[in-house]
Design a protein around this ligand. Sequence first.
Ligand code: SF4
Length: 458
Amino acid sequence: MKVAFHTLGCKVNHYETEAIKEAFVSRGAEIVGEEDPADVYVINTCTVTNIADRKSRQFIRRARKTNPDAIIVVTGCYAQVASDDVAAMPEVDLVMGNNRKSEICGLVMEKFVAKSSTEAPAESLAAEHGAGAAAKDRAEVRVTPRDELTFYEDLGKIKSASDEMSRAYIKIQDGCDRFCSYCLIPYARGPVRSRKADEIVEEVRNLVEAGFREVVLTGINTALYGTEAGAEHSLSELLTMLDELETSEDFRIRLSSLEPTVVDKDNVEEIIRHRRLCHHLHLSVQNGSDSVLKAMNRHYTREEYLDIVFMLRNHDPLFGITTDIIVGFPGETEKDFEDTLDIVKKSAFGRTHVFRYSPRKGTAGAAMKDAVPEQIKKERAEALESLGEKAAKAFTGANLGITHTVLIEESCDGYATGYTGNYIKTYIEDPEGRIEAGKLYKAVLTRTFRDGALAVLE
Ligand code: SF4
């Protein structure tokens, strides 16, 4: 049986795809490319924006065209929040919500066996009525309502990370209960559930022994790890356990992000004292204006955010901070936008990801008045992107002459490229391809270059 996967969205989705893939492989399936003919297509969808929904639908249709007779499984956040819409697509056979991903492999195997024994009628149906005909009126839906998503779904321990050359992403948590007013994710992912710390530590050990030198701890809202009633360990305790883990080779840990709507300066101070943690945090500020933050239901002020930034830079002046910012939230004035520009200047971000606000049906933001015109959103986004690039260059400039540990990810155009612990993209000249991907090298940053810095091995 040939199985193809297509994954949209965040690293949690990618991790879950890896776990589903490994379940199929362990039962003898062959994994093929997403555009190749396959017996089964698993589409792990995302619903973070309207565009993500559209891309999910496009790929479902494309898979059906590639093999009119395949079993098409749709899972992930779009399948969770819009299961009726997905099930109504004639191309779809099976709709599996979040927390039902561990059932996919067994269910598909059963369907495949049943289908193989009735192969002739299915084929003739497709031949008679064209692509997708064989799938009509038979989408099966297995979706658990949001409030019943109460347990952490065990997808086993992954042994590899086939999308990644050098970093391994590990899921430690699911769900979010913060309901930021622009975000649909708490509806798609349900309440907070944390994975058992022992399972995480064991999975980290396996991946480090398999050769990974950087492990990224990821979740829907990583900062919420261990915060639900009955949780056994806090995030800080988990990091202590990982600091104490003995492995044949050393490794470093990165957190995929920390939400300032969950953590304050004291929490962050406790977290960053862990020795294996990279000196880099992704702290999504989302906006620099107190009134917009309030409307976004973010529960912190710009001063509280800056307190975290200044504490981090006090701890290490070259601590890398990256961020996300939404421009054009309803009611955002020119003065609000100036506050956002100001927070970018003060924070010296290593990277600033800028998003133009677009309302998501079902969120509080979608009902808000005073929409910002698209042209103004565009102008603000461009101004912010330009400032973000300047800030990134300045941050890289402050690191020149300093030795960093770089995890090499790939070789391209005669350069070995990777990231420092504080998340500067690094290019090392390597015309003969001697530098190995997946290994840590000590290198001195010499000058700003492309989207990062040029470096020489120490
Ligand atoms: S913290 Fe806010 S933005 Fe992040 S997942 Fe939760 S609701 Fe969405």
